[in-house]
Design a binder for this molecule. Structure first.
Ligand code: NAG
Length: 214
């Protein structure tokens, strides 16, 4: 009986010790896991904050990119429309103000941007900008010579050479830089009583180009 009793006591004691050991180790594990979960939670929060920052930066970047694309397209259009250069000469023969004061430069060397229309004689500014114009005239023999560069029909600059008795040739010229709005018209016309003569030698030229758009 005594032996059995002792065995039972021993078993119970062992069981208690075992139980306590297992419980203790489980508790330690639970504590560890809790600490790790806490750490992971903190890290997740940090990562979430970083992701938010990245998303905001991405939004700003996307907006910046869209803005840049828009500006680039505007610049492209401006650049393409800014290619404006005209150069032409009068047709051969005598041009007299009594017949036709307005001059039409029909022999065209260059007309990039089609600003000049030789049917109307108008150089029409395709874009707002600063334009440069220059012209030379030749009057044959003892004639009055000279022309007026008009801006929307009003004199901007002109040139003149008075008639003289013994004169063989009358050459005049002038230049101007004008700030024009899109649609403004520049044309050339003879002074009253003046004439211009041209030949195969291209003596009377009118040139205009866009220095830069505004
Ligand atoms: C020149 O002007 C005339 C008259 O307005 C017009 O019929 C013609 O189409 C114009 N030419 C060009 C090349 O724009």
């Amino acid at each position: 009986m005594a032996g059995r009793h002792m065995l039972a006591v021993l078993c119970i004691t062992l069981g208690t010790i075992l139980h306590a050991t297992v419980e203790g180790s489980i508790q330690t594990d639970v504590e560890k896991v809790r600490t790790e979960v806490k750490q992971v939670r903190t890290e997740v929060k940090q990562v979430q904050a970083v992701v938010k920052q990245v998303q905001e930066a991405q939004k700003l970047f996307a907006k910046g990119l869209t803005d840049l694309k828009g500006e680039l397209n505007q610049l492209k259009t401006k650049y393409e429309r800014g290619k404006v250069a005209f150069s032409g000469a009068l047709s051969e023969g005598n041009h007299n103000s009594a017949d036709q004061a307005r001059l039409f430069y029909k022999r065209i060397f260059t007309n990039v941007g089609n600003a000049y229309n030789s049917s109307t004689g108008d150089f029409t500014a395709p874009v707002k900008g600063v334009y440069f114009f220059t012209f030379m005239t030749f009057g044959y023999n003892n004639q009055n010579s000279g022309i007026i560069l008009t801006r929307n029909g009003v004199l901007a600059v002109s040139s003149y050479d008075f008639q003289t008795i013994s004169d063989q040739a009358d050459t005049t010229g002038n230049s101007v830089i004008l700030q024009l709005e899109a649609g403004e018209k520049i044309s050339l016309q003879l002074w009253g009583g003046a004439s211009a003569y041209d030949s195969a030698n291209m003596l009377n030229t009118f040139n205009g180009f866009l220095l830069y758009p505004l």
